[in-house]
Ligand binder design. Structure first.
Ligand code: UDX
Length: 479
């Protein structure tokens, strides 16, 4: 256990104020990292926005008593406290329908509420020692430095994506930032990334309107992160060796992922946003590696046309399937966006659920492949389980995540760009992935990747060692 000495001479772990971003895909790994740090002796005050907590409790996925989030972890002796902060808007405000106001609040209103919390914690019996925030908070290091505290940034995605944002200035100088959709060429000037196609850039780097609060938040975040003392990233050193080595010349950057608590499927912390359907008995009844798992994560929406092509592709393939049909996962707006007759035609071989325990599903021996939007948590979980992917990225970091999966690591196939999907391609790719030669090659590479990912978090693995180094460096800074 790591310790620092307090002024009264007693030993305690350093106290982190961890402010997480109000999104499922950021909240879950942040919870995991908080538990990891607490298990190492850190004291963690974990803060999330009231509105996000409200969304979690209202969805029925979480206990009405928000302080239960870490109850299991606390019962094991971990010192994790839970705080809610206002993002400056009323809790009942419809953030989903007014994203501009929401991002504006995260940019301009949330920091003063976090500032208040820091002041409160500095006066408490265990004053906070450093600030740990999601990289997308554009005010983190300024706020920390105002209080004379070190700032640690938590990057929930791969180093490849971090590097792209980090070098936004180079993309601007070369005319690739906010470039029109039709510009398609290869970028070779980003340090640590030998080559990347413009179609593989994060969508926010291609967005032509750079004046929106979201775009401003991203641009400012990546100026801000350069002033942070340390960056912890939810990635694995062995998977991104070159990119990470080049980044480390700029800033202390530690690959500490994938951060999964309590073993892979967890149990003590409820991080899911929605109630989960149980797919286990159905999966038990299916032959090994015969099931395609289909999910587009918690935010992204597939266009009506692409959704229909994918649905017919799945139907025309030979695969059994579990399909997560979260409300809003198709932009069609229909309560059931699947083509007419789909459910009847696939009754014997398919299960459609609104949400499931994805980690358990991916780990089930019946699952042979994952049709994914390439959200980073989904990719990390698929690698952990050794399940090859069929990639259909939609926005944000998903396109560069696909590049990592398909091109760099060779553990997935590409389904094509938005608007270009055809049912014929979908079914032939699924069949090749699950039963053909293409799939066999991917599975061979996936075995190595799975070993690297699981090895990284095993005792003496690279992520454990990097967390040790971070801890030692932080204690050095605090002493
Ligand atoms: C968002 C962004 O879209 C993504 O690009 C970014 O990398 C993280 O933030 P999201 O779309 O939710 O995330 O995708 P992803 O990162 O894959 O996270 C989804 C999480 O929800 C995973 O941990 C997955 O296990 C979980 N999940 C998904 C379930 O528990 N049940 C489901 O039915 C579907």
């Amino acid at each position: 256990k790591i310790t620092k000495m307090t002024s009264s001479g007693s030993a305690t772990g350093p106290h982190a104020l961890f402010v997480t971003a109000p999104y499922q895909g950021h909240f879950a790994p942040a919870v995991d990292l908080a538990i990891n740090l607490a298990a190492r002796g850190f004291v963690v005050t974990f803060a999330c926005t009231e509105a996000f907590q409200h969304q979690r409790t209202a969805s029925g996925a979480s206990s009405a008593d928000h302080r239960d989030v870490f109850a299991g972890a606390r019962s094991r002796g971990l010192d994790i406290r839970y705080e809610l902060v206002s993002d400056g808007l009323p809790v009942s405000f419809d953030r989903h329908s007014h994203p501009e106001q929401f991002y504006s609040a995260l940019l301009h209103l949330l920091p003063s509420h976090v500032d208040e919390l820091i002041r409160k914690l500095l006066l408490s019996e265990a004053p906070v020692d450093f600030i740990l925030t999601d990289t997308f908070f554009s005010w983190a290091s300024t706020l920390a430095k105002n209080h004379g505290l070190p700032c640690v940034s938590f990057w929930t995605k791969p180093a490849l994506v971090f590097t792209l944002y980090y070098h936004m200035d180079l993309l601007i100088a070369n005319g690739h930032f906010a470039s029109p959709e039709n510009r398609k060429d290869t970028i070779t000037y980003i340090p640590g990334i030998p080559a990347i196609e413009t179609t593989d850039l994060a969508s926010y780097l291609r967005e032509t309107d750079t004046t929106t609060p979201l775009q401003q938040m991203i641009a400012r975040s990546f100026e801000e992160v350069k002033r942070c003392d340390f960056v912890l990233a939810n990635t694995v050193q062995e998977l991104e060796e070159e990119t990470i080595a080049v980044l480390q010349q700029e800033q202390p950057f530690y690959a500490v992922g994938p951060v999964f608590p309590d073993g892979f499927t967890g149990g003590t912390v409820m991080t899911s946003l929605w109630p989960e359907s149980d797919c286990s008995s159905w999966l038990d009844s299916m032959p090994p590696s015969s099931v395609l798992y289909v999910s587009f994560g918690s935010i992204a929406s597939v266009s009506k046309k692409d959704f229909e092509e994918i649905a017919y592709g799945v139907l025309n393939s030979k695969a059994n399937f579990v399909w997560v049909l979260r409300p809003g996962s198709s932009s069609s707006g229909a309560a059931n966006p699947l083509p007419q007759g789909f459910l009847e035609a696939s009754r014997e071989r398919g299960m459609v659920v609104p949400w499931c325990r994805q980690r358990e599903v991916l780990q089930h021996p019946a699952v042979g492949a994952f049709l994914t939007h390439c959200g980073w948590n989904s990719v990390a979980e698929s690698m952990w389980c050794g399940v090859p992917m069929l990639c259909f990225p939609l926005f944000s970091d998903q396109p560069p995540n696909r590049k990592l999966v398909v091109e760099n690591l060779g553990i997935g196939m590409d389904l094509g760009e938005i608007g270009e999907v055809s049912r014929g391609k979908v079914s032939s790719r699924i069949d090749d992935l699950m039963g053909g030669e293409g799939g066999a090659e991917l599975r061979r590479k996936m075995k190595e990747v799975k070993k690297a990912v699981q090895g990284a978090v095993a005792p003496h693995g690279s992520s454990q060692k990097n967390l040790d180094h971070f801890t030692a460096d932080l204690l050095g800074l605090l002493s």
